[in-house]
Design a protein around this ligand. Structure first.
Ligand SMILES: [Fe+2]
Ligand SMILES: [Fe+2]
Length: 281
C-alpha cells in the first residue's frame, strides 16, 4: 500500500500548493491513501468548512488538526458532521472535545487505514492528557496487520525528543509515525527497527520565504522590538508541498520504504521515484 502524509497546510499558499501538486503526486506515486495536517489551512489559524472542502477536493482522504484545531469556531460543529476530519486524540475527557481523535477509513481497494492524531505535551498547551497512553489504547484496539492494513500516527508536537520517543513507542505497531507542527521538514526519514516508518517532522505546505509560513515582517518586528503590532498572516508566495511517502507490506502493514516529498516553491526538490508500471497515468 502507498501512503502520502503532508504537513501543516498554511493559508491560501498551502491550499493552492496542494491543489496544484497533489493530484499529480497521487498519480505519479500511485497513492492509496492521503493524509494532510490542516490545522493552519484557514488563514493560518484553524480550519473552516470551505478550506477543508478545498483540501478534500484536491485529493485528501483524511485531515488532521493540532493546537490550532478550534481557532475557527465553526470547526467545533463541522467536525461532528465530517468523519474525514479528526482532532487530537488526547484532549482530557472533561473537555468534551467534539469530533474524534482517530478514524478508521477504507480505501477504494478495500484496505483499512487507522489514522490517529496526537498532541504533544512539551512546550504545548499544558492540560492535555498523556499522548502515549492515548495512542496505546488505539493501537491495542486496532492491531496492525489484523484489524487494519495501515496505521498512520500524526504526532503534532514541538519538541523533537517527544516526537522521536513516540516513533519508538509505536514501532512495530504503526506503518508511519510522523511529526507535524514544526513547519520545517526534518532530514531523518527512516524505518525504525520494528518496521515503522518515521520522520520527526513532515514540514509545512507553505511559502518558505517566511517565518514558518508567516509573512516575515511581523515575526521580525516582534523578535527585534518585542512589540506586537499586527496579527501574523500567512506568506503568499508559491508553496513547497512537504510530506512523506511510505510503501507498506500488504501482509504486515509495516513499512518497506519511506522517502521525503518536497515539491514546488523554493526548497530543494525531492520526489520519490516509483516503478513506472505502478504510476497511474
Ligand atoms: Fe502548524
Ligand atoms: Fe501546531
Amino acid at each position: 500500500m502507498r501512503i502520502g502524509f503532508f504537513g501543516d497546510v498554511v493559508g491560501r499558499s498551502g491550499r493552492e500548493g496542494i491543489a496544484r501538486h497533489l493530484p499529480g503526486l497521487k498519480r505519479r506515486l500511485a497513492l492509496d491513501f492521503t493524509v494532510i495536517n490542516a490545522e493552519n489551512a484557514a488563514g493560518g489559524f484553524g480550519i473552516s468548512e470551505s478550506t477543508a472542502r478545498e483540501l478534500f477536493d484536491s485529493g485528501a482522504d483524511c485531515l488532521t488538526l493540532g493546537n490550532h484545531s478550534w481557532d475557527q469556531r465553526e470547526a467545533l460543529t463541522y467536525i461532528v458532521r465530517e468523519p474525514r476530519l479528526i482532532r487530537s486524540l488526547n484532549y482530557p475527557r472533561l473537555s468534551q472535545a467534539p469530533g474524534r481523535g482517530a478514524g478508521l477509513y477504507e480505501t477504494d481497494a478495500g484496505q483499512r487505514v487507522l489514522v490517529v492524531s496526537l498532541l504533544g505535551q512539551r512546550n504545548m498547551e499544558p492540560l492535555l492528557d498523556d499522548p502515549f497512553s492515548a495512542v496505546d489504547q488505539e493501537l491495542e484496539a486496532c492491531p496492525l496487520g489484523h484489524a487494519c492494513d495501515a496505521v498512520i500516527v500524526d504526532m503534532h508536537a514541538d519538541v523533537t525528543s517527544e516526537k522521536m520517543a513516540m516513533g519508538h513507542f509505536c514501532d512495530g505497531r504503526a506503518s508511519l509515525v510522523v511529526g507535524s507542527h514544526s513547519h520545517v521538514p526534518t532530514a531523518d526519514a527512516q524505518i525504525l527497527n520494528g518496521g515503522t516508518a518515521y520522520q520527526t517532522d513532515a514540514g509545512a505546505c507553505a511559502d518558505y520565504d517566511s517565518v514558518i509560513g508567516n509573512d516575515k515582517e511581523e515575526p521580525l518586528r516582534r523578535f527585534t522590538t518585542r512589540i506586537p503590532s499586527a496579527r501574523h498572516k500567512p506568506a503568499e508566495g508559491p508553496a513547497t508541498v512537504c510530506g512523506v511517502y511510505v510503501e507498506t507490506d500488504p501482509l504486515t502493514g509495516l513499512a518497506r520504504r519511506v522517502e521525503p516529498i518536497r515539491i514546488g516553491g523554493r526548497l530543494s526538490q525531492s520526489i520519490p521515484q516509483v516503478e513506472a508500471a505502478l504510476a497511474r497515468t
